[in-house]
Design a protein around this ligand. Structure first.
Ligand code: ADP
Ligand code: 5GP
Length: 192
């Protein structure tokens, strides 16, 4: 589909700093946008509907699925997450670079649907630091921390399937590494 090269998929284990790095990138480069996914998980403190996610009930999410308004979705640690068609297709058509911060299964599905998209995996410096960041964020119960750390191992095993890899040691350096990847793909990427 035309405009696939404008799609950038970012994945990485929970707590690795994806949202922090992408927020920094968008602040420095406002011509880049990001998608707002739909989810059935409860909002964390400070999260806003329509900004962090479109928060939905399970029934509402399933309704969107039935109406083909969600291009890919998955269940992650007991909740639905999905990318709304409306969040990506307009931007692809208009040539606006857009970032999807989604987990590995969704990334694979986006790459199958839009082979011209670029997938980037964000790695933590090491597993101890990942656990420290996840705990320091202070948003998850102990049970959820454990589930997310277990899932992290599985996700890192899939990192070889990604087009590009960056390590989030320092936020600013990682955001600039991501920006270099985007610049390079926009200049050289194939567009259907
Ligand atoms: P993710 O989106 O991957 O789940 P977050 O962006 O929420 O991760 O970051 C998890 C925690 O780690 C947050 O408290 C954030 O402030 C912190 N963090 C992110 N990047 C770094 C970094 N490079 N160094 C230290 N702490 C970081
Ligand atoms: P969190 O609950 O920490 O916000 O997100 C949990 C995981 O779901 C993260 O890896 C995040 O990137 C992923 N995620 C968020 N939105 C989507 C989406 O629309 N689709 C898929 N497949 N994963 C998503």
């Amino acid at each position: 589909m035309k405009g696939e090269k404008y799609l950038f998929v970012v994945s990485g284990p929970s707590g690795t700093g994806k949202d922090t790095v992408v927020a920094r990138l968008l602040k420095d480069h406002p011509e880049i946008q990001h998608t707002v996914s739909a989810t059935t998980r409860a909002p964390r403190e400070g999260e806003k509907n329509g900004i962090n996610y479109h928060f939905m009930s399970v029934a509402d999410f399933e309704d969107h699925l039935a109406q083909d308004q969600i291009v890919e979705h998955t269940q992650y640690c007991g909740n639905y997450y999905g990318t709304l068609r409306s969040e990506i297709e307009r931007r692809m058509a208009q040539g606006i670079p857009v970032i999807l911060v989604i987990e590995v299964e969704g990334a694979g599905n986006i790459k199958r649907l839009y082979p011209g998209a670029t997938t980037v995996f964000v790695l933590p410096p090491d597993m101890q630091e990942l656990e420290r960041r996840l705990r320091n964020r202070g948003t998850e119960s102990e049970d959820t921390v454990q589930r997310r750390l277990k899932r992290a191992q599985e996700e890192i095993a899939h990192s070889v399937e990604y087009d590009e890899h960056v390590v989030n040691d320092q936020v600013e350096a990682c955001a600039e590494a991501l920006y270099s990847i985007i610049q390079s793909r926009l200049q050289h990427g194939q567009d259907a």
